[in-house]
Write a protein that binds this ligand. Structure first.
Ligand SMILES: Nc1nc2c(ncn2[C@@H]2O[C@H](COP(=O)(O)OP(=O)(O)OP(=O)(O)O)[C@@H](O)[C@H]2O)c(=O)[nH]1
Ligand SMILES: [Mg+2]
Length: 686
């Protein structure tokens, strides 16, 4: 048996590992360090200089943050590894969520920052629920200002499974200069951009190692009775057994090991890679997790991301879950055709390299799968494979209305929007037929900003953007009987229509109804639908400028002319009737009120309540969030106009972790200064 002893259980074949974690924790830097360490890039770039493999797009570079997934395949000690560098911002979380089914394990990059614990919890929760093996990489320990055990206690609050410290730092003059690996029982000193050097484990470090190792073993023993007995009887467990337990408990998601380092200097990176090599599961276990039958079958692939490149056209980035596929392979997604592969590519960030067919376990880009969508399970066999996962984007929380600055770009804008939504399913495009607005819904300010930047940068559409219109309506508070007359009988063929309308207010939500109460044929039957159409025309813009709702109109009387009456004339008469009648009915503005449900860490609940009250919200109450220790859910009714940028303030009150959902509840009367301003603005716009 080999020196490490755990070769027997080492997974084989190409791996797929996601780098996830809270905003700005160092994932893209870690990817860069991994690529440098494994020789995929000659020299480690950095995010500040804008020369990393990750974040290669113009938008990511401009904002110095990840705004989409980066995929990079490299080799380490003879195996192929594809790393998926996910954005940390909650606004781009869909790119992370969509890749999770494809991965063997996640490296959760985190920091010793109390403010980021809630975000960490959100990410770990996602991994826990999908039973994805995960380990923490405690990054930026060059900036450490707290003891590692305190940090662990803090981070434990974010994880449902026990965190297990795999390494402890070692110091020289109070600065972290290396670490001890508790499984290997070996001490290392960090070298800048070079593998750490093995040094003697002695003195204070040796004592601390004993204590820390014991507590690591105790945690492992929670899931291993034999180890528990050995610890109780003071027997040193064999090193192989410790490695086997670490491997098994990681793969089964029973524990979450914690490694550490400084990505910016590539410190701790080789150890991380070795842990992945020896302990993370491979495609065989991942396929099992997803319910894909073992080898020998037709190709099955999961689409983890869709990209539209300027030169290569549409690319579907997939993980091969079974079989083999290459140029000419025809895929189906469920009952639908997905397309035919025309080009297989290896990706290293923005760079793509044509290659041969892909085999099980590999992560590659397939070109020209016209109908494949992110999240699809593709199969090449006669029988479609059941979907391995279904990841719905979170409901959107912020909207902007956009239009092409130049009319001639309208068609281009339409096509660009389709491509945008194809790449990012968390963007929703809504055409508002009432206002003729194109409304872009997304996950936050930066998300929408990047989306509009892409429309400009990639597709060359110059945009105008503005606040989307609020769905105001108006209604009436009292009724009236009103004559509506249309008469033009001077020379030639005349026009004549005459109606009497009984207009009455109705309760909220009743909409509009029409009743024909004509007796004796004073308005001939065939003209009555035209009268109703005319009334509906008139209700489109009420006296305040908004669509009129919640009223009942009866046609009670009228007159006609045998020659001059027509459908047109009666339609006009109906419209004139409501147009002249409504201003006398005490019109009043109605605004949409939504029911919102905000989830937030408990310490932010008071702030959220204050925020809602400040936005004319009516708080209905708050509760602890079910299944989420340390979280609350606040329910309130709040006007649509006040939801506008609510997410911006919710996020700032909750260090980015809070969010909300909303749905329409009712229309409410709005009077006073706010109403006057809205009406005046409408008049000015008309
Ligand atoms: N001191 C120190 N800074 C680091 C380290 N790793 C990353 N940083 C810095 O942290 C900032 C964020 O780094 P990124 O690698 O972009 O972090 P990220 O997690 O990819 O960020 P998002 O993808 O936007 O969530 C940059 O300013 C990095 O230079 C580290 O090990 N030590
Ligand atoms: Mg990043």
């Amino acid at each position: 048996m080999a020196a490490n002893g755990n070769h027997a259980t080492r997974a084989t074949g190409p791996r797929c590992i996601a780098l996830v974690g809270p905003f700005q924790s160092g994932k893209t830097t870690l990817l860069e360090a991994i690529l440098a360490r494994t020789g995929a890039v000659a020299r480690q770039g950095n995010v500040e200089a804008g020369n990393t493999v990750g974040d290669g797009s113009k938008e990511a570079r401009d904002h110095r943050m990840s705004v989409e997934l980066t995929v990079a395949t490299t080799n380490f000690m003879g195996d192929s590894y594809t790393f998926l560098d996910c954005p940390g911002s909650v606004e781009f979380v869909h790119d992370m969520r969509a890749v999770l089914p494809a991965i063997d394990a996640a490296v959760v990059v985190c920091e010793m920052d109390e403010k980021k614990v809630a975000q960490l919890q959100l990410i770990l929760r996602e991994l826990e629920e999908q039973k994805i093996p995960r380990l923490l990489f405690l990054n930026k320990i060059d900036k450490a200002d707290a003891g590692v055990h305190d940090v662990l206690a803090l981070l434990q609050g974010a994880s449902r499974t026990k965190l297990i410290l795999r390494q402890i730092p070692t110091f020289s003059s109070e600065i972290i200069t290396g670490f001890v690996d508790l499984a290997l029982e070996r001490a290392f000193v960090y070298k800048e951009h070079a593998p750490s050097e093995v040094v003697a484990l002695d003195g204070d470090a040796a004592d601390r190692e004993k204590t820390a190792r014991f507590s690591m073993l105790e945690t492992l023993a929670d899931h291993d009775d034999e180890l528990m007995e050995q610890l109780l009887e003071d027997i040193q467990p064999p090193r192989d057994k410790v490695f086997d337990d670490l491997t098994r408990e990681l793969r089964e998601g029973l524990v979450c090991p914690v490694l550490m380092g400084t990505a910016a200097r590539a410190n701790g990176v080789l150890r991380l890679l070795k842990v992945l090599r020896h302990e993370s599961p491979g495609i065989a276990e991942t396929a099992k997790r997803l319910g894909v039958k073992p080898a020998g079958m037709d190709a099955v692939a999961y689409v983890l991301k869709t990209q539209n490149t300027t030169h290569g056209g549409k690319m579907s980035i997939v993980r091969m879950l079974a079989g083999q596929a290459g140029d000419g392979t025809t895929f189906a997604a469920g009952d639908d055709e997905a397309g035919r592969v025309a080009g297989v590519f290896k990706l290293v960030g923005q760079a793509s390299e044509k290659r041969g067919p892909a085999v099980v376990g590999e992560t590659v880009a397939f070109a020209k799968l016209d109908k494949a969508r992110t999240g699809d399970t593709l199969s090449a066999g006669k029988q479609a494979h059941a979907p391995v996962a279904k990841i719905e984007p979170y409901p959107p929380v912020l909207a902007i209305a956009i239009s092409a600055k130049e009319r001639k770009d309208d068609v281009k804008l339409g096509q660009a929007l389709n491509k945008l939504a194809e790449e990012d399913p968390s963007i929703i495009i809504v055409h508002n037929p009432e206002t003729h607005e194109v409304v872009l819904w997304g996950q936050g300010e930066m998300h929408l900003r990047v989306a509009t930047e892409r429309l400009g940068d990639r597709y060359g559409v110059v945009l105008e953007r503005r606040q989307p219109s609020v769905g105001y309506r108006e209604t009436i508070r009292k009724g009236i009987v009103q004559r509506g007359r249309h008469k033009k009988q001077s020379g030639g063929h005349g026009q004549y229509g005459d109606v009497v309308l009984d207009i009455k207010p109705m309760p909220r939500g009743a909409g509009f109804s029409f009743e024909d109460k004509i007796t004796g044929g004073v308005v001939p039957r065939n003209y009555i639908p035209s009268v109703e159409e005319g009334i509906i025309d008139g209700l489109k813009h009420g006296p305040l400028g908004f669509p009129v709702v919640d009223l009942h109109v009866s046609l009670i009387d009228g007159s006609y002319h045998t020659v001059d009456s027509s459908d047109m004339a009666f339609r006009t008469a109906g419209r004139v009737g409501v147009a002249e009648g409504l201003p006398q009915c005490q019109p009043v503005l109605l605004e949409p009120i939504h029911l919102v449900e905000i989830v937030c860490p408990t310490e932010a609940t008071a702030k959220i309540n204050a925020l809602l009250s400040g936005r004319r919200g009516q708080i209905l109450g708050f509760d602890t969030r079910e299944g989420w220790a340390g979280w609350d859910v606040v329910r309130a009714k709040i006007p649509e106009a006040e939801i506008g940028d609510l997410i911006v303030e919710v996020r700032s009150a909750t260090a980015g972790a809070g969010t909300f959902t909303f749905k329409f509840d009712h229309m409410a009367e709005l009077t006073g200064r706010t109403a006057d301003q809205i009406i005046a603005a409408r008049r000015a716009a008309a």
